[in-house]
Design a protein around this ligand. Structure first.
Ligand code: PLP
Length: 442
């Protein structure tokens, strides 16, 4: 009998005891290829000796010093590193312990920015349906996944939602990508006007939607059109790259591919690669200056922010990504992964779409390829996929509710950046076997 309050007490979990490269080992001696990096976290795989050495070195010097008394060298160096690499004018980094904290800080910073600019009426946030921004109440409030929000609705502050950029389902046959992007930008503009232009503080979006919609990339000009609308109405653009950032898409900042920059950015997961819990909010100089020249103080904070050991681990992870030229590998292996998945599932009637960027890839499952009708949600195909894949020694991150929080299934893959070509082939082989076991072709 366990005394741990596990996240799903109905599911008995094996005990993970070791990690090596892209593989995890459990107490029964079974091995698993970590093809999802847990939840798109383990970008360097497991047991990386250089990250472990950096953590040990830091621990020998200083494990932690509270951020209201001191700064520390790892957080200074990590901030320098991130800012030097971030396109746009993101120039200040606020370190936290995870993704939800980074989103909470982003929302509060946006609010305080407008207060200090003398626009106290700007308190509304717009996000997208089918987005996920975290499980704390503020992050859940702006999130667009109906099922995750539903039980807590009475506790959530009001938020507004517009359509996601979901080309596979929502781009019309007679519409170009540009027209589709324009239609979505018009919808945002309409929503801003509906709420009242002077009342909207920020638009929040995942650059590439992660767990709730399955590695859903925007069409090429989407964020340019969105940025224009935000600028027209003085609305801040907050990008959530908790899952898609830090190299997952083949670029350190996923928005690099979209030719825009946000005003505020949230990152986590791959920042520390699972070696330490860490997240961060990056803010533009413009926003920072308003606060510093106003009250002089961002009214926020957590005990473990800018944790020295967490920052040292994250800095080591990010430096290794550069040293070993892993972003190029992410792009190449990502192309290979999508190409191989399209090949093996070319005639599988239940595989509707293979999509993603870099090593952030998803397979969307359907009942029928031509109608794109989803599978019966009561079958919980996503959960069966996860279980069967584990039996086949493969960690994947499947989820249901892809379309509207209830209907739809997808399987998310986010393998470590260190994957070789042979690793990708092995992942595809195991996934192919799994999909055919759960959804046999007649
Ligand atoms: N934002 C996105 C896009 C996420 O995928 C997640 C976690 O999955 C979060 C925020 C919340 O991060 P955390 O679970 O570290 O609080």
């Amino acid at each position: 009998m366990t005394h741990v309050f596990h996240r799903n007490p109905a599911t008995a979990l094996n005990c993970a005891v070791r990690g090596q490269g892209i593989t995890l080992l459990d107490a029964q001696g079974r091995t698993y290829i970590d093809a999802s990096g847990g939840a798109a976290v383990s970008c360097l795989g497991h047991g990386h000796p250089d990250v472990i050495a950096a953590i040990k070195t830091q621990l020998d010097q200083l494990e932690y010093a509270h951020s209201s008394f001191f700064t520390n060298q790892p957080c200074e160096d990590l901030a320098d590193f991130l800012v030097a690499n971030a396109p746009g004018d993101l120039s200040k980094v606020y370190f936290l312990s995870g993704g939800s904290e980074a989103i909470e800080a982003s929302l509060k910073l946006a609010r305080q920015y407008f207060l200090e600019r003398g626009e106290p009426q700007r308190s509304c946030f717009i996000a997208r349906r089918q987005s996920y921004h975290g499980n704390t109440l503020g992050a859940l409030a702006i999130g667009g996944n109906a099922a995750r929000r539903e039980p807590f609705l009475p506790l959530l502050t009001p938020a507004h939602h517009v359509s996601p950029c979901y080309a596979y389902r929502d781009q019309r046959a007679d519409e170009t990508e540009e027209q589709y992007a324009g239609r979505l930008a018009d919808e945002l503009e309409q929503k801003i006007q509906e709420i009242g232009p002077g009342r909207v503080a920020a638009f929040v979006a995942e650059t590439v939607v992660g767990s709730t919609a399955g590695a859903l990339p925007p069409v090429r000009t989407y964020f340019q059109r969105i940025r224009e609308v935000c600028d027209r109405y003085g609305v801040l653009l907050i990008l959530d790259e908790v899952m898609s950032g830090m190299g997952r898409t083949g670029y350190r900042f996923a928005y690099e591919e979209d030719g825009i920059a946000p005003d505020i950015l949230a990152i986590a997961k791959g920042l520390g690669g699972g070696y330490q819990p860490i997240g961060a909010m990056l803010a533009s100089q413009r926003i920072y200056d308003v606060i510093v020249n106003g009250t002089g103080y961002f009214q926020h904070g957590h005990t473990y922010m800018a944790h020295a050991t967490a920052c040292a681990a994250a800095l080591a992870v990010q430096r290794i990504i550069d040293r070993d030229r892993l972003l190029a590998n992410v792009r190449e292996r990502g192309e290979q992964l999508r190409a191989r998945l399209r090949e093996v599932f070319a005639s599988h009637p239940n595989v509707g779409d293979v999509r993603g960027r870099g090593l952030f890839v998803a397979v969307e499952l359907v009942q029928d390829r031509s109608s794109k009708d989803p599978l019966d949600p009561t079958l919980k195909t996503h959960a069966r996929m996860k279980r069967k894949a584990l039996e086949n020694g493969l960690m994947t991150y499947p989820m249901g509710g892809t379309i509207d929080g209830i209907r739809g299934d997808h399987i998310l893959l986010a393998p470590p950046f260190i994957c070789t070509s042979a690793d990708i082939d092995e992942i595809v082989e195991r996934l192919d076997k799994t999909v055919r076991q759960v959804l046999p072709v007649a």
